[in-house]
Design a protein around this ligand. Sequence first.
Ligand code: ADE
Length: 240
Amino acid sequence: MRIDILSLFPEMFGGVFGASITKRAIEKNILDIAITNPRDFAFNKHNQVDDTPYGGGAGMVMKPEPIFRAIKSVKEKTQIENSRVVIMCPTGKTFNQQKAIELAKYDQLIFICGHYEGYDNRIVQNLADEIISIGDYVLTGGELACMVVVDAVSRMLPGVLGSGESAPTDSFYNGILEYPQYTKPREYHGLKVPEVLLSGDHAKIAKWRRQEALRTTFNNRPDLLKTADLSKEDKIFLAS
Ligand code: ADE
């Protein structure tokens, strides 16, 4: 997958993609990330990328020309057909695991990271295939939000996760949160690993994990249980 990011602050991306899973994806040539600065496409006196809003009001709005030109340049340079333009904005639809899985199916994602008070709406209406928010809070810009989405999408690309890190056990992957994990030692300062995990009884372990996943979801994210795929046994456990 090719990822293009339009950002007025490319330095914000620093080394974030140079570590861990995104690093591995880049090294394996599964992922290729390039950053474009719309300021390089602002052909006015001071390379101005923002201006005051028509109709008045506080703050500055991102001008359309530099973004339209930057997108055109990226598309002409990369010529990838199965491509999606994503605007990062708190007014977008909230990002989730399902969206990460969906976005991982494209050959190219082009992210537009906003700053200031927002985008001229012609950018939103004419360039974006979708508008994504990462949550109900306002960041100073779309960069951090974009990094979150790129990270979540990258680990869904085929070949990125090793066999020991398989996505099907992730939280949210099957609609509920992940079960709790334990590793060695068996006992640490009197804190013991649950006996069932040491039993070697795989059916019992699977049942315990499912119930603990349901318990965590019930306690922390009961909203997920409304749409999760629950068996009769799950429902009996939740009712008990
Ligand atoms: N830009 C500023 N806040 C944001 C958010 N919550 N999600 C996506 N982009 C943003």
